[in-house]
Design a protein around this ligand. Sequence first.
Ligand code: NAP
Ligand code: GCO
Length: 265
Amino acid sequence: MDMKAFSLEGKIAWITGASYGIGFAIAEAFHAAGATIVFNDINQELVDRGLNSYAEKGIPARGYVCDVTDEDAVKALVKTIEREIGVIDILVNNAGIIRRIPMTEMSAAEFRKVIDVDLNAPFICAKAVIPAMIEKGHGKIINICSMMSELGRETVSAYAAAKGGLKMLTRNICSEYGGHNIQCNGIGPGYIATPQTAPLRERQPDGSRHPFDQFIVAKTPAARWGTTDDLQGPAVFLASDASNFVNGHILYVDGGILAYIGKQP
Ligand code: NAP
Ligand code: GCO
């Protein structure tokens, strides 16, 4: 096999919400594999923070302010990227939010907000890049799903509904555009140590570990939280020609959580 199939040399990758965390780690890996990195985030402060972090790693990334729920802004950004850099070969729908609120206490507005960022926005971004991908003859779309694409738990009804929907949007983009040599797959991270999950790992006042932290380690056959680095290899694979016949698949990168019934009490 020609290992160049894993290379992203000459590809342009747009990773949404990639100033830090999972998106940043994926961008870092794409750069190492040869891609040109473009990212956006919700405000200038985050974009500047991202640009500094990329510069520190020697990655010449281009960063833009864009709210991915705003269809006009997304369309304008895609046009700008096409004009200033070139046609996007790889889109990673990474931007996301979570609200941990018991369902009966959650307002419809709060529920809608999560659906808007975690489900409607990937639709908006994918829709904006697909026409040029069709014209170019290929494209890769990677949707960042979740354990909550498969599982539920207390307080995350909106997030689970959105990430479950994102799994099916992934399969539908594959179904609708696979014939144009566009592969749309998902990555389902397990519990990854990022600011998003920091509240679940906070030390207790007596210095002991958060009960949820202990629960997750017990529920994960790998017996640890994931790191953002754990997602890099899978992301490069799904962005590269090595996965050209993988389509509509959700690759769970979870240390085995979904395979495991849990420890007998
Ligand atoms: P994150 O806090 O979810 O980072 C996502 C980034 O997206 C942040 O910079 C965020 O800005 C930005 N963002 C939010 N709304 C946006 C919008 N409307 N337009 C543009 N950007 C927006 O951190 P993460 O943990 O790295 O998560 C990345 C993705 O992985 C998310 O989709 C998340 O649901 C998913 N995920 C995370 C885990 C985990 O364990 N950490 C596991 C599975 C899946 P702000 O900082 O202002 O919010
Ligand atoms: C939670 C977590 C999650 C994770 C992740 C799991 O409160 O249960 O925040 O939902 O972030 O998406 O894959």
